[in-house]
Design a binder for this molecule. Structure first.
Ligand SMILES: Cc1cc2nc3c(=O)[nH]c(=O)nc-3n(C[C@H](O)[C@H](O)[C@H](O)COP(=O)(O)O)c2cc1C
Length: 328
């Protein structure tokens, strides 16, 4: 059966798109970890944003980012851009060539490099352009099209009218990160405003913002009435969060992450990263390694060696030493 947001098992659980993070190796390890604990998973993976301009120019690096192994599905490919015709062309090209289950349009990125050229969150200031993009993308692909937005540009109320227009333009789902563009990452995500968006539209709405534990996920759904949630930073170095949520939903006790799980999973993720990007790509894995061991008690003395190593064996030995000394 073709993928549809309305037919997804409720509530929806998804990995939020994160540039430089939610790539194929990360999707692979997340999917694998979840399937260790539940036989059937409801997890949807949103891949990091890719530029519509780069896709239509045939940029090889960008096209490589959009490849999807079957084991990772369902996968939503996010695209960004400010020109309706280019967005439509890119969406069609990505859909025809890589067959993601759905396309997502970035209307939430707050960084200047994006908003200065009317990409990302800047589209929230121009509803006419934003809805034109949705309509033109919808017209050329036969898979669901969603929009990920912020709770407004500078005022939380702005997103309610905007969400209604996005629905009218034909979007199949909306995700709302409960911060305004002006807030960037400061303060807390506003759940009340996301609840109001959910009440104002009839398409599914996903909540996003500050879910760091499985308990946070259920609290966010209770507080917003949303159809599910996207988890971003809470999944970095923590692929277990999805397994814990799915276990809780299945009526089982959520697993506890042991140091052994952490070390083994980080090293397997590193293997996938090296296999995907090549043997010399270890330095670009350090950001993930830092997340796996962020705040882990007793890791500090091992951190300098692990974080500067250029050889996988050095990392493995250092983590093993940490394990042995921690479990003495
Ligand atoms: C490193 C990083 C990269 C991100 N890249 C994207 C992106 O490509 N597309 C997008 O819509 N949001 C992006 N975001 C925003 C997240 O998807 C998410 O909306 C935000 O982090 C709030 O959710 P969280 O509190 O669960 O992290 C990024 C966030 C981070 C931390």
């Amino acid at each position: 059966m073709p993928f549809s947001w309305k037919n997804q098992k409720s509530p929806i659980v998804a990995l939020s798109p994160m540039a430089d993070m939610t790539d194929a190796p990360f999707g692979k390890i997340i999917r694998e970890v979840v399937l260790r604990y539940v036989s059937e998973s409801r997890l949807v993976i949103f891949r990091e944003m890719i530029s519509s301009e780069a896709v239509t120019r045939g940029n090889e690096k960008t096209l490589a980012m959009a490849k999807i192994p079957d084991s990772e599905r369902p996968v939503v490919q996010q695209i960004f851009g400010a020109k309706p015709e280019v967005m439509a062309k890119a969406a069609k090209l990505v859909a025809d060539k890589f067959h993601p289950e759905a396309i997502d349009i970035n209307m939430g990125c707050p960084v200047y490099k994006m908003t200065s050229s009317f990409n990302g969150a800047a589209l929230m200031k121009d509803a006419e352009l934003a809805t034109k993009i949705v309509r033109e993308v919808k017209a050329v692909v036969d898979i669901p099209v969603s929009v990920k937005m912020r709770a407004g540009w500078s005022d939380h109320k702005e997103c309610i009218e905007f969400a209604k227009l996005i629905e009218e333009a034909g979007a199949d789902l909306i995700t709302v990160h409960g911060r305004t563009k002006a807030q960037a990452y400061s303060g807390l995500a506003n759940r009340e405003v996301v609840a109001r968006v959910k009440e104002s539209v009839s398409i599914p709405v996903l909540y996003n913002g500050d879910i760091f534990t499985w308990e946070d996920y259920f609290k966010a759904l209770d507080e917003t009435g949303c159809d599910g949630a996207l988890i971003g930073r809470g999944a970095l170095g923590n692929p277990w969060i999805f397994a814990q949520i799915e276990q809780q939903l299945a009526g089982a006790a959520p697993m506890e992450v042991t140091l052994r799980d952490r070390i083994d999973t980080a090293l397997t993720h590193l293997d996938y990263h090296l296999a995907h990007y090549g043997e010399k790509s270890l330095p670009t894995f350090r950001k993930h390694l830092a997340w796996y061991f962020k705040g882990v008690e007793g890791f500090k003395p091992y951190k300098p060696t692990a974080m500067t190593a250029t050889d996988k064996e050095v990392i493995a030995q250092t983590l093993e030493e940490f394990y042995v000394n921690s479990t003495k």
